[in-house]
Design a binder for this molecule. Structure first.
Ligand code: SF4
Ligand code: SF4
Length: 179
């Protein structure tokens, strides 16, 4: 080591100078969770199981979302609608149980693409961080939107979906009482 290197002080000062320079630069970090970044317009977060205009669950437990899911995150149990339950379930078959394992999900959106009933959408909501794995298997109690607190998915409804909805042949897909 040279004499200057042996003194260490120049190295310490040059290190402090770099720290000092960064002190006045714009911060790249944010104080999460107090602050959050602006999300991308196409951000895909927590799913929602939609109801139709009359409040009936749209999902018919066809299983296409589960088949399309590359992470095998979706499971469901189908049941038949009983007479008098038309206001609860739009189709004759519905999902008595519907679960998504949020730890398996990779938020690819394939379930949304596969659904013929516009029943499942990914939203811009974040999935909570929790302490146990079991808590991250979301059931219908979390996934189905409340009747009085609908989840807006209009941003995710493409022109093709709008076209499909407007098609008279698929009018039942718009609202169950317009069959
Ligand atoms: S977003 Fe992708 S990985 Fe997640 S449940 Fe849907 S299909 Fe499966
Ligand atoms: S969410 Fe859609 S694709 Fe999945 S079971 Fe229900 S109707 Fe079928």
């Amino acid at each position: 080591m040279t004499l200057v290197e042996k003194l260490y002080l120049p190295a310490i000062f040059s290190g402090m100078l770099i720290t000092f320079k960064h002190f006045f630069k714009k911060k790249v970090t944010i104080q999460y969770p107090e602050q959050t970044r602006e999300f991308s317009k196409i951000y895909r977060g927590q799913h929602v199981l939609k109801r139709d205009e009359a409040g009936a669950e749209r999902c018919t437990a066809c299983g296409l979302c589960a088949v399309a899911c590359p992470a095998e995150a979706i499971t469901m149990i189908a049941a038949e609608r009983e007479p008098g339950e038309e206001h609860l379930y739009r189709e004759e078959k519905y999902a008595a149980k519907y679960e998504i394992n949020m730890l398996r999900c990779i938020y690819c959106g394939d379930c949304e693409e596969a659904c013929p009933k516009e029943a499942i959408f990914l939203t811009d909501r974040k999935v909570d961080s929790l302490y146990t794995r079991g808590e991250l298997v979301y059931g219908k109690d979390i996934l189905v939107e409340p009747v009085d607190k609908r989840v807006d998915v209009t941003k995710r409804e493409t022109s093709k979906v709008a076209e499909f909805k407007a098609h008279k042949e698929f009018a039942h897909n718009k609202t169950f009482d317009k069959k």
